[in-house]
Design a binder for this molecule. Structure first.
Ligand SMILES: Nc1ncnc2c1ncn2[C@@H]1O[C@H](COP(=O)(O)OP(=O)(O)O)[C@@H](O)[C@H]1O
Ligand SMILES: [Mg+2]
Length: 508
């Protein structure tokens, strides 16, 4: 058990946390979410004793071993892989090293002999005899060859080092595991393995992640860091998102009867506990949800973007035909004899080892570049709107504010109309007067999406729209595209996004 009492932390002028109270219990996996800079990494550092300059108390039950997924890929460069993994259990590591040292000693004394027998029994007690086979098992699970155990860390590639550090964090079944962004740089098979590991793990896991699919698979609780507050909610990310949105909406509609609200929330809980799979974790989640009462539903103060794509006209039957499309860029063939036909209702995800292939296809379809060979034909009813991966040309020249930028693309120049468009993407009050030159990556994407909503096209082409967006915006865009009645061609690194929107996948 970890108990956090009246935790407050200031960095200079800035208050990061104020009077936070939380409890973490075994058997649960806590997903920590929050905007960039909200304090997620700092919170994990406080829990793991790496930051001590806070007010309040953090109690960890005695004798519990905390293990951390390290971010610095190079600190173990001089270690063998086996040593680096065993280092995850520092006690065992120290015993092992001292033992090795004594056995190699030339002038071995009686005292050393006594010490050795002491160390041997400690070694056995700490699971030393199983260490190598456990390390091998971890490697295998993560898709690495167990022959690597004796090699030096500095001979490994970046992605391999990431897996070794993950093995180190999981080694020896610690009581508490803290992980900051564990799915970054991991391949899908390794992520699946990690998800399974977490689901079956009996201790406390606290994990920071931007990967919605991962959070939905493993979390029993969501820990939301928002403006100095940290609040904990039962359920996975999807549940947190939907229920907090619903609570916000019902709070606003004061005229509605309370009973009606309770009814809709209850239905919601039923739907969520019913449609999960049969896994062990799903059953425990179901138990958690059954205990949820309406009063405990989250009412986060977060603001959510609202994304809705309408279409001015319906699509006919003939939408897009592509024949033998071929393109070479800088000597590399990015499209090779591509053929497909798009039918009404298709939402196609394009996957490729080479991102430039998808970008080239979309640029051809948006008439930005020409194919070397082959042809494509848009149907007469198809009106297109294109979201490029690189949007810099939209923001480079003028020094105008967001409002005027948006006005350039709108038929209706009225400020109230444009404000309503921007408001949906969370640009409100004075924010619309920000110069487009100083916008962050995420803010630019939000501008581009507002512009796209304005066009009311019936075919949307989106090249990596989830890059730079926070979790709440990705979820809102995800919903907007699921609900969209027209056709979509898109690419994204977000697994949940691809899984829930695509009706077809095409590998380039
Ligand atoms: N040692 C420090 N001193 C001062 N400010 C810090 C320190 N560490 C982090 N910060 C700031 O605190 C905020 C939270 O950082 P961090 O916990 O890394 O955020 P997150 O992981 O949620 O993106 C950021 O604004 C960061 O710049
Ligand atoms: Mg961080």
């Amino acid at each position: 058990m970890i108990t956090v009492q009246d935790l407050s932390l200031n960095f200079g002028e800035r208050t990061l946390f104020k009077d936070v109270n939380l409890k973490f219990s075994p058997g649960n996996c806590y997903g920590v979410i929050g905007a960039n800079g909200a304090g997620k990494s700092t919170f994990l550092k406080i829990l793991s004793n790496q930051i001590e300059s806070f007010k309040g108390e953090v109690f960890v039950s005695p004798n519990l071993r905390i293990s951390i997924l390290r971010q610095d890929h190079n600190i173990f460069n001089d270690f063998t892989v086996l040593d680096a993994i065993v280092f995850g259990n520092k006690k065992l590591y120290n015993v092992m090293k001292e033992k090795d040292f004594l056995y190699e000693k030339k002038d071995f004394t009686d005292e050393d002999g006594m010490r050795i027998s002491d160390l041997e029994s400690k070694f056995a007690e700490l699971g030393g005899w199983e260490a190598e086979s456990e390390a091998a098992k971890l490697l295998k699970g993560l898709g690495l060859n167990e022959n690597l155990l004796k090699t030096k860390m500095n001979t490994l590639s970046g992605p391999e080092k990431v897996k070794i550090l993950l093995s180190q964090a999981l080694f020896g079944i610690p009581d508490i595991i803290l992980m900051d962004e564990p799915t970054n740089h991991l391949d899908v098979d390794a992520i699946n393995w990690l998800e399974e590991f977490i689901i079956n793990y009996p201790g406390i896991i606290i994990v920071v992640s931007h990967d919605r699919h991962f959070l939905n698979q493993v979390c029993t609780h969501i820990v939301d860091i928002d403006y100095t507050q940290i609040k904990m909610y039962v359920g996975n990310y999807e549940f947190w998102y939907e229920s907090s949105l619903l609570m916000q909406r019902t709070k606003k509609q004061q005229n509605k009867k309370t009973e009606e609200k309770i009814k809709s929330l209850k239905k919601f809980i039923e739907r969520f506990s019913a449609n999960k799979s049969q896994s062990k974790q799903a059953t425990s989640r179901k138990r958690l949800l059954e205990k949820l009462t309406v009063e405990e539903m989250p009412a986060s103060s977060r603001r959510y973007p609202f994304i809705i794509f309408k279409m001015k006209r319906e699509l006919g039957k003939d939408i897009l035909r592509i024949k033998s499309l071929t393109k070479t860029i800088d000597g590399e063939k990015v499209l090779d004899n591509l053929n497909f036909t798009m039918s009404n209702g298709d939402k196609i995800a394009f996957l490729s080892e080479n991102e430039f292939s998808v970008t080239a296809l979309f640029e051809i379809l948006a008439l930005k570049i020409k194919p070397d060979k082959g042809s494509f034909k848009w149907g007469v009813s198809a009106s297109r709107s294109y979201f490029p991966k690189d949007n810099s040309e939209f923001f480079k020249d003028s020094n105008i504010n967001i409002l005027d930028w948006m006005r350039k693309y709108s038929k209706d120049p009225a400020e109230s109309y444009i404000r309503s468009l921007l408001g949906r993407m969370l640009f409100s009050n004075n924010e619309v007067f920000k110069s487009i030159k100083i916008l962050s990556g995420g803010e630019k994407v939000r501008c581009m999406l507002s512009r796209m909503m304005l066009y009311e096209a019936n075919v949307l082409i989106l090249d990596q729209p989830t890059n730079h967006l926070d979790l709440e915006s990705i979820t809102a865009l995800n919903k907007g595209l699921i609900n969209f009645k027209g056709n979509v061609l898109f690419s994204s690194h977000d697994r949940e996004f691809v899984k829930t929107i695509a009706t077809k996948k095409i590998k380039l």
